[in-house]
Design a protein around this ligand. Sequence first.
Ligand SMILES: [Zn+2]
Ligand SMILES: [Zn+2]
Length: 176
Amino acid sequence: MIWHGKCMADFTHLLDQLVHDFPEVAFAEGKTFCWSPASRQVLYRADAQGVSAAYSLLHELGHALLDHRRYRLDFELLELEVAAWEKAKTLAGRYQIEIDEDHVQNCLDTYRDWLFRRSICPSCTTKALQLDNQPAYRCFNCNETWRVSPSRFCRPYRKTAGQQPSAVFAATQSAL
Ligand SMILES: [Zn+2]
Ligand SMILES: [Zn+2]
């Protein structure tokens, strides 16, 4: 069967297909699209629809198949994001889906923005560097240090009118 990825029924169909094709991965309903290394589950929104929902599902499956777990530094997170999208593109081809490159770059930009915000000194707004192997940053201007919350393979949804959210992996929604 050819899968066109245009409607909710097709998202459900893709999900069924992936559950069948990847028995080693656990798929479960969640509040957001997410790969949870701890429970080894790909979570998906049951009310998701549209082609970007399919992209998100494939992306999270990409994290799962690449066995992404923890990362130490924020820039490593971005590398894992890129890798998961590359894997998603490969998977997509099997299901006659083509992942839109603009969509991928948009998701990665969301991550870049988020990582940038984490790195800004809360005292003097200087861009800071993350301390080696620590979930903390130090400002070289004013010496302030601050911790960043541990991240997960989930992402806060970008609130853009008319645009379907997509999955990247990120920290808690309120994280700086
Ligand atoms: Zn500072
Ligand atoms: Zn991701």
